[in-house]
Design a protein around this ligand. Structure first.
Ligand code: URP
Ligand code: ZN
Ligand code: ZN
Length: 465
């Protein structure tokens, strides 16, 4: 046994206990009382601390090109370094193939970008930007290489036609894959944008007004109808509006396998941020919505843990309401955001969050808003299960030793100065947290301790499901 965490409060999605956690060869080998160390065992006194599974952020965009001009600020090194320092021990990023590019070669190219840089484990979802006679076989081929999620858009230049979307859903249903959907109604938002620009309404407030609640809700309903017809498992990414959530919940109540993710930026802020002087830093799509959506999203997030049975590898994650949290981490440096200071349509879309989402949600639990178990379910257990990461998401024998030690009494004020991303500001500046992670272990290796990153590029690996 290499490591023994003594007397910590172990939190899983389905409960907690004061226990020891023994680690060997990068895996948890035992959880229980009074575990005896071996001669070589390093003992870590975890008394008074929470022992949590590392978070699993299934929605990041490291090294993402936005149009021809911009690239997101974090590469796979700085992005996973920031993740590690926020208690995230796995990320799943995306491959965006060129139109007509073979999906297997697109996956290989993306792995070449990432493999030597990542400091935590990572996986990849595959974008579907067009459908042809090879798509089914190529989806099957990349699944054999570890892909579980296929991402499609109902807007942007690479949106799928209705026919392509339904074919993708049918393929995914046959293959047992998950289709992730960015849901915003393209025609509505394009008409709004054109109208505002023609009227000279160019500040970021019109980013929100061109993509308001109904633009997202309409697309979510369209996606759900298509999912029902095909029976495919659908995962709506970055859900940000109350009406969309209601539609998801109604479909879930009918028994359809629909999952929904939301992000901390939709829980903490409202569309009022688009009236601030630094509004362009908050420009992301879908935009942050009004107070009613924020309230309803929080209501779903705080609904008590839904795991009726103890977590076991292989069981389905709970699919009611909001099933998971992720960050959609996609920050652009100020110089890039400034490009759109006179025209909101030119602002590269995306905000930061990979270092903030677990500490933020844990702090909300520490303040009493929801349980720590529910935070683990939303940020670690459910995303790991939905995307087939069977060795992640819990503190249990046989699972990877991806462990976070959390000090409930440590106060923390988020500032760009104490973050580990490459981006030169943070939308989370000045937010007060109650409690903070003090150590992160990735497969038993210490990679973050007391505010300092101590891992290395290449420490992480590609996790095939
Ligand atoms: O604004 C966002 N969310 N940018 C990242 C790409 C996407 O749509 O998820
Ligand atoms: Zn998106
Ligand atoms: Zn995204």
């Amino acid at each position: 046994m290499n490591l023994l965490f003594k007397n910590g409060t172990v939190i899983n999605a389905n409960g907690r206990s004061v226990s020891d956690v023994a680690v060997d060869g990068g895996r948890i080998i035992a959880v229980g009382k009074n575990i005896e160390p071996g001669e070589q065992t390093k003992i870590i006194d975890a008394s008074g601390l929470l022992v949590l599974p590392g978070a699993v952020d299934v929605h990041t965009h490291f090294e993402l090109s936005f149009g021809d001009a911009f690239c997101s600020a974090d590469d796979f090194f700085t992005g996973t370094r920031a993740a590690a320092c926020g208690g995230v021990t796995s990320v799943i990023d995306f491959v965006t193939p060129e139109v007509d590019e073979d999906l297997v070669s697109a996956l290989r190219k993306r792995r070449e970008q990432a493999d030597n840089k990542v400091c935590i484990d990572y996986g990849l979802h595959m974008g579907i930007v067009g459908v042809n006679e090879r798509t089914f076989e190529e989806m099957q081929a990349v699944m054999a290489l570890g892909v579980r999620g296929f991402k499609v858009f109902t807007t942007y230049a690479f949106k799928l036609s209705d026919k392509e979307f339904r074919r993708t859903l049918s393929f995914a249903k046959d293959l047992g894959a998950v289709v992730m959907v960015h849901a915003e109604d393209h025609e509505m938002l394009e008409a709004n944008r054109a109208k505002f620009i023609a009227e000279g309404k160019t500040d970021p407030w019109y980013h929100y007004l061109s993509r308001p609640e109904e633009v997202e809700a309409k697309a979510v309903k369209y996606v759900i109808e298509a999912a029902k017809e095909t029976g495919a498992t659908v995962y709506i990414v970055h859900l940000a509006c109350a009406e969309g959530l209601r539609a998801v919940e109604a479909a879930q109540a009918e028994g359809y396998p629909i999952f929904a993710e939301t992000c901390p930026q939709y829980l903490h802020f409202t569309c009022d941020v688009y009236k601030r002087p630094d509004a362009r830093n908050f420009v992301c799509s879908p935009p942050i919505k009004g107070e009613e959506s924020r309230r309803v999203l929080w209501e779903a997030v705080t609904t008590p843990a839904l795991c009726a049975t103890p977590p076991r590898r292989g069981i389905t994650a709970s699919g009611r309401g909001i099933s998971s949290l992720a960050t959609d981490h996609c920050p652009f440096n100020s110089i890039d955001k400034d490009y759109g200071k006179d025209d909101f349509t030119m602002i590269p879309n995306g905000v930061m969050g990979v270092e903030n989402f677990y500490p933020y949600m844990l702090s909300e639990a520490n303040k009493g808003r929801l349980s720590f178990e529910r935070v683990v379910e939303l940020c670690s257990y459910n995303p790991a299960r939905i995307f087939g990461l069977s060795a992640k998401g819990e503190i249990a024998p046989g699972v990877d030793a991806d462990i976070v030690l959390y000090d409930m009494s440590k106060d923390f004020i988020i500032s760009q100065k104490n973050m580990h991303s490459a981006v030169n500001y943070t939308i989370w500046e000045g937010v007060n947290l109650k409690g903070y992670p003090i150590a992160t272990y990735s497969r038993g290796n210490l990679i973050f301790e007391n505010g300092v990153f101590c891992g290395e590029a290449g420490d992480g690996g590609y996790t095939a499901v």
